[in-house]
Design a protein around this ligand. Structure first.
Ligand SMILES: [Zn+2]
Length: 298
């Protein structure tokens, strides 16, 4: 077998001498193979380098992001701590309000229902004992929900309280000295030794305005023997008030009146020795001492 060659003729510039390069064909194949392998290695290296460059860029941006996140986390911690403190303040305030409303003597009388509550979920103890962070966002959420429920209850109670107060005779129909209190007293007309006084006699100038002691409806406004000109106001829940010896009426029969509204004027109609207001408070038509509802020291 004859050896085959490739001959390369190299012509240098501005020279008449030729360089001849004779290479066997096997050497050509080997060179071609080396060239091809070198090309693929170079391409692979190029890819690898590009990938690395992207990774480095990614790493740098991640590090920057990480630093930012750390700052954000710190800020979040500070805000959460502040939120927790704020919630604690609100919880304290809510507890104080609850105590005020729960211990209010007036509201205690209005209340009859037992307080109930509790959980419907069976929480395993292990779950409860699981360490929870004070700053756990879920704990904060629960606390905020509790607070909202509590405040809603308080609002309902306060509204009920305000409504009940409007219909309870808690203000004086007339400001003045008490001429005669509730209960057994000497007969002012000396026709007998003693009698039971069913209300308060409040002294006042003839014609002085007499106010409704609570919201209600006028169910009587006419002359009635010893009472003289009498107004009876129905305040609901079995509570009625009577205002006697009036000189004139202002409120009309069947009309709704509001607490403090002028319903008549002081007079001396009926069985009286001088101008004053006879004031009665009745619960289920049983006379009570009106002072029971009135503010102390007035
Ligand atoms: Zn009287």
């Amino acid at each position: 077998m004859t050896k085959r060659f490739y001959t390369f003729i190299i012509v240098p510039n501005a020279s008449s001498r030729l360089h001849k390069l004779r290479l066997p064909i096997q050497v050509m194949y080997i060179l071609a193979a080396i060239g091809a392998i070198s090309f693929f290695v170079a391409v692979a290296l190029g890819f690898s380098f590009t990938k690395m460059a992207f990774k480095v860029a990614d790493y740098n941006s991640l590090q920057a992001e990480n630093t930012e996140l750390k700052v954000e986390k710190k800020n979040l911690e500070v805000s959460t701590k502040k939120l927790s403190t704020k919630l604690s303040d609100l919880e304290t305030l809510s507890a104080k309000l609850t105590a005020l409303i729960e211990n209010d003597e007036f509201l205690k009388k209005q209340r009859g229902k037992n307080s109930v509550g509790g959980t419907k979920t069976d929480y395993p103890t292990a779950d409860i004992l699981k360490e929870i962070s004070e700053l756990d966002i879920n704990v904060l959420k629960d606390r905020a929900n509790d607070l909202e429920n509590n405040l809603t209850l308080l609002q309902q109670k306060a509204e009920k309280h305000a409504l009940a107060r409007r219909y309870t005779p808690t203000i004086w129909p007339l400001k003045g000295p008490i001429g005669s209190g509730f209960g057994v007293r000497q007969d002012p007309f000396r026709t007998s030794d003693s009698e039971t006084h069913l209300g308060l006699d409040i002294q006042g100038m003839f014609g002085a305005p007499v106010h409704a002691p609570a919201d209600g409806v006028v169910i009587f406004a006419a002359r009635k023997s010893d009472y003289g000109n009498l107004i009876i106001i129905d305040h609901g829940n079995g509570v009625t008030t009577r205002l006697g010896h009036l000189s004139r009426f202002r409120a009309q029969l069947g009309r709704a009146v509001t607490k403090g509204e002028v319903v008549g004027y002081v007079g001396m109609t009926g069985r009286t020795t001088g101008p004053h207001l006879h004031y009665e408070v009745r619960l289920n038509d049983r006379p009570l001492n009106p002072r029971k509802y009135l503010p102390e020291g007035e």
